[in-house]
Design a protein around this ligand. Structure first.
Ligand code: RTP
Ligand code: MG
Length: 136
């Protein structure tokens, strides 16, 4: 069933010049971009986006990272988009992510792992409403 999911190309993706490479992987898979924008977020928006993680030990450095420079935020649409994007992104830790995935091919860190994808249709709805309120 066609659905939508939020993607973020994190500041490391922009700094490393990997925006085109990463977007191209999603597009070649057959997913359609229905929103795309450069966004630099403050700590408050980071806290809202990562609400499930704000109390975790790894959150303060994660917040510093995602507020450290511009990100590319987008919405992808297609059959089972949430699950398909998570599979394309690969495991969270780039050192362990399988070759062939975005993180497995291009990342070597547990934090600076290039991409975010919503983890469920419910998360996607919440995150799209936060990042692209006019779209939802
Ligand atoms: P994301 O939310 O960014 O799509 O990544 P994910 O679902 O694969 O991973 P999640 O558990 O939601 O963690 C969110 C982001 O926090 C950073 N992280 N650092 N132990 C650590 O240092 C650690 N664990 C996670 C990563 O940037 C991860 O993507
Ligand atoms: Mg997550």
């Amino acid at each position: 069933m066609s659905e939508r999911t939020l993607i973020l190309l994190k500041p490391d993706a922009v700094r490393r010049g990997l925006v085109g490479e990463i977007l191209s992987r999603y597009e070649r898979k057959g997913l359609a971009l229905v929103a795309l924008e450069f966004r630099t977020i403050d700590a408050g928006t980071a806290d809202e986006h990562y609400a499930e993680h704000v109390d975790k030990d790894f959150y303060p450095p994660l917040r510093d990272f995602v507020t450290s420079g511009p990100m590319v935020a987008g919405v992808l649409e297609g059959d089972q988009a949430v699950e398909v994007v998570r599979a394309l992104n690969g495991a969270t830790d780039g050192r362990k992510a399988a070759p062939g995935t975005i993180r497995g091919d291009l990342a070597l860190s547990n934090r600076e792992n290039l991409v975010h994808g919503s983890d469920s249709p419910e998360s996607a709805a919440r995150e799209i409403a936060l990042w692209f309120p006019k779209l939802s």
